[in-house]
Design a protein around this ligand. Structure first.
Ligand code: GDP
Ligand code: GDP
Length: 437
């Protein structure tokens, strides 16, 4: 289910973004019509000889001074150590092996994380320039690459996937619900985890097959067994303001990839911000079941209209996931955490629900009788039948006469009818349209 993660680190201007774009190609990982999602390409899919990985660019360092660069490099390297299965360290043959490179390389080597050394800007075909040999000072084999022209990138990917040979996907225990608590910094994610671990039985989880240093927290209570993903990354905070958003998005992305349910946490004190909707967009893009948890409910002055008003704000700003239930909690006092767990269990079930083809087609028949399918240039959409093809998220395939006629608005209409007929609260649902004559 979850792909291995490959992180790119390196000093400013060595060519990290260029390499990232070369490896990911033109595919955009972010669904274009997902509202609120950042257009920044900080992660993307790489495919190489039938194998796949998620590539992340930890980059974005502002070159102020050498001191600042080094401390930012350390942070960037730590992020890679926390989240990646393999790290690509990018250097620049034109500047040779500089002190910062050596420092960071040793930090990465100490982490025991599989590491691949890319010496970039080796543009000429044939023997690499003499400066290339300086990099043999490091205890890992350098690979000559030109990110601009693309040569050497095959050798680089060979090396990356060689390191991933022992990578095995995590076996998901069907009895355990994996939860990702996501949200911008300071909304109270770690406070929630601390509260939960303080009040429930914790089980030490030993995750086999992953080389990531993320620490999951497994707890058990009357609602079931829950694995809270990547709580270590949550506690570690970036000191560099420019990097905070990038880091929180990357961490959220990593956690979302592995979860059954996302708890999207908002801060009742500050209200909803654009960054909150971006984070929620990541959950939508991944097709995961979601709950919106409005935290710090203890901290605000309330009257009878406070909660309805906040609900209205959520309806407006999270219209793209109107299916997500909202709970108003306090990580500090523990208020409504029971309710949060009930919702987590519920949306896990709705996202795994299977509806029989018979029932689906009853709903479809009623819906198409009530509002006729659209016509265009004298042709009317005919939907022959529908069936569910998968779960998490529930995915339905429609067979029709002409996919072009199956407008988005009619899909939206049918989605609403399905949601009326069946309880799909908390889960996105997906449609696949197929033509058949
Ligand atoms: P980043 O700061 O590490 O992400 O670096 P960029 O990808 O933005 O690249 C910095 C500069 O180096 C840009 O002007 C790139 O065009 C250039 N560059 C990147 N890769 C190569 C390469 O393989 N060869 C050459 N000649 N220039 C490159
Ligand atoms: P994170 O960055 O999302 O992990 O946020 P933290 O858990 O570190 O919390 C940020 C700040 O909000 C801390 O000062 C917490 O004490 C405070 N905080 C977290 N949850 C609550 C809450 O439910 N109520 C109140 N009043 N403060 C909270």
């Amino acid at each position: 289910m979850s792909k291995p993660v490959v992180a790119i680190v390196g000093r400013p201007n060595v060519g990290k973004s260029t390499l990232f774009n070369k490896l990911v190609g033109e595919r955009i990982s972010i669904v274009d019509d997902t509202p609120g999602v950042t257009r920044d390409r900080i992660y993307g899919d790489v495919d190489w000889n039938g194998r796949a990985a998620l590539l992340i660019d930890t980059g974005g360092i502002e070159p102020f001074s050498d001191d600042v660069i080094l401390s930012q490099m350390r942070e960037q390297a730590q992020l890679a150590i926390d989240t990646a299965d393999v790290i690509i360290m990018v250097t620049d043959v034109r500047s040779g092996l500089v002190a910062t490179d050596e420092e960071v390389a040793h930090m990465l080597i100490r982490s025991n994380k599989p590491l691949v050394l890319c010496v970039n800007k080796c543009d000429s075909i044939g023997d690499p320039p003499p400066e290339f040999y300086e990099f043999y000072k490091l205890p890992i084999e350098p690979i000559a690459v030109s990110s601009v022209h693309g040569h050497g990138t095959g050798d680089l990917l060979d090396a990356v996937f060689r390191e991933l040979e022992s990578y095995t996907e995590e076996e998901a225990d069907p009895e355990v619900i994996s939860v990702a608590v996501i949200g911008r910094p300071n909304v109270g994610k770690s406070s929630l985890i601390n509260k939960i671990t303080g009040e429930n039985r914790c089980i030490v989880s030993d995750i086999a097959g992953t080389t990531r240093d993320s620490i999951d927290t497994m707890i058990e209570n009357k609602h079931g067994t829950f694995n809270f993903i990547d709580t270590a990354g949550m506690r570690r905070k970036s000191k560099v303001t420019d990097q905070i958003e990038r880091y929180s998005i990357l961490r959220a992305k990593m956690a979302i990839e592995r979860c059954d349910v996302c708890v999207i946490m908002l801060d009742a004190e500050t209200g909803i911000t654009e960054q909150d909707t971006k984070v929620a967009g990541l959950a939508l893009e991944a097709g995961k079941a979601c709950i919106i948890a409005v935290n710090k409910w203890d901290a605000i002055d309330k009257d009878n209209s406070t909660m309805p008003n906040f609900r209205k704000d959520i309806e407006r700003d999270f219209a793209f996931m109107s299916y997500a239930p909202a709970v108003f909690i306090s990580a500090k006092t523990g208020q409504r955490l029971d309710n949060l767990f009930e919702n987590i269990v519920h949306v896990t079930n709705t996202s795994a629900m299977r509806i029989t083809t018979g029932l689906l087609n009853d709903v479809l028949a009623t819906a198409t009788a009530r509002v006729q399918p659209p016509t265009d240039k004298g042709r009317r959409l005919k939907i022959f039948y529908m069936t569910q093809v998968s779960v998490k998220p529930p995915t339905f395939i429609f067979f029709c006469n002409d996919a072009e006629l199956f407008h988005f608005s009619y899909q939206r209409y049918l989605e609403n009818r399905l949601r009326e007929a069946f309880d799909f609260s908390g889960t996105p649902i997906r449609f696949i349209i197929r033509e058949r004559n």
